[in-house]
Design a protein around this ligand. Structure first.
Ligand code: ADP
Length: 339
């Protein structure tokens, strides 16, 4: 992060330098042209040798300074004054231009800086998440290796644990890839029936719902939205998967959708533990997991799903919100523009 800041600071200075160079080139060129035309105009103030055939003053009075040298002296003074003013103006432009250039360079680089910081934050969060299961794997293997002898069942137990942890790591890396790739994905939208999207998503999660004896009640109205079917299914799978994951067995998850105020409103409600008020503002942040999810109940997950779902839904010009209280279940509400 420190090196990133240093690199950005030097880029800002270089960019500000380029801006200043352009400003000064313009100012100096303008001054040169202005000086040349003005001094040419001043030169034209000397009367020609003879005006309408009348002889000039010094022709009558050859002693003492003539009117020509008087004019020339005045013109030279005028030129000097002009030059001083132009130099002062350019010095002022240099000062003011430096401030303006620096401000403009900062403004140009601010979005890039924000992006780079978000990226570097992502990399450090991701490595942190990867390190935890890797450390657990390393510790269990080291402990087993320290034993002089491993029984067959101990070896099997260790290998089973290793395979489970590796499976989790695989899930984590594909979730990370999903998050990183989402920007590059094809996000073309087309008119799609919401019922089809919900049906696709239910197909994916049906096995885990059955395994946990969680019933699904689907009352999605026949409405069409502008959607990228694959991405929206992926977002909905995350929300349904959470609803099942966090719900106690033998409960019901309700999926409903209707057209309200010219928008499609899709709701996923569960009778799970609910979300504490302090966690609500953060659950859509990358890697955020409410304490109870990390705690003793130990629901598997990495805090990536909702961040990705939110990203997908905003790519659909939609919104995702949650209505939840501890002990009172959760309702995730997705708003999408109608097709
Ligand atoms: P995770 O992999 O932890 O489920 P998500 O990004 O999908 O990551 O969710 C972030 C957090 O939001 C979860 O850790 C959990 O605390 C909370 N959460 C999400 N959905 C629900 C739900 N249906 N019921 C209770 N808590 C939920």
């Amino acid at each position: 992060m420190h090196r990133l800041r240093q690199a950005l600071a030097s880029t800002t200075v270089r960019l500000a330098g380029s801006y200043l160079l352009i400003i000064m080139l313009m100012s100096i060129s303008f001054s040169i042209v202005f000086y040349k035309t003005s001094s040419h105009e001043l030169g034209r103030q000397v009367p020609p040798p003879s005006v309408f055939g009348v002889r000039r003053f010094e022709d009558f009075n050859s002693q003492g300074p003539g009117i020509d040298s008087f004019f020339e002296e005045r013109i030279a003074q005028g030129r000097r004054a002009l030059l001083t003013k132009l130099i002062t103006l350019n010095v002022f432009t240099l000062g003011a231009g430096s401030v303006v250039s620096y401000y403009l360079a900062r403004r140009t680089l601010r979005p890039i800086e924000a992006n780079l910081e978000a990226q570097s934050q992502f990399v450090s969060d991701a490595s942190h998440e990867l390190r935890t299961p890797l450390t657990a794997l390393q510790t269990s293997n080291e402990v087993a290796l320290r034993k002089p002898k491993l029984t067959n069942s101990e070896a099997r137990q260790l290998l089973t644990y290793n395979v489970q942890e590796v499976e989790k790591l695989k899930q984590l890396t594909s979730a990370l890839l999903g998050l990183a790739r989402q920007d590059a994905n094809d996000t073309r939208l087309g008119k799609t029936r919401l019922q089809d999207i919900v049906a696709d998503a239910l197909n994916v999660i049906v096995t885990s719902a059955v395994a946990k004896d969680v019933a699904i009640e689907d009352t999605v109205a026949d409405i069409a939205v502008m959607a990228n079917r694959l991405s929206l299914v992926q977002a909905l799978v995350t929300i349904l998967d959470n609803a099942i994951k966090y719900s106690p067995p033998h409960t019901t998850v309700y999926v409903s959708a209707a057209s309200e105020n010219n928008q499609a409103m899709l709701r996923v409600r569960d009778d799970g533990p609910g979300i504490a008020a302090k966690d609500l503002p953060h659950i859509f942040d990358r890697f955020y997991r409410a304490d109870q999810s990390r705690g003793k109940q130990q629901v598997d997950g990495y805090g990536i799903g909702l961040a990705l779902a939110k990203k997908i839904i905003s790519q659909h010009s939609g919104r995702i919100t949650v209505d939840s209280q501890l002990g009172a279940g959760s309702t995730f509400i997705i708003t999408l523009p109608l097709a």
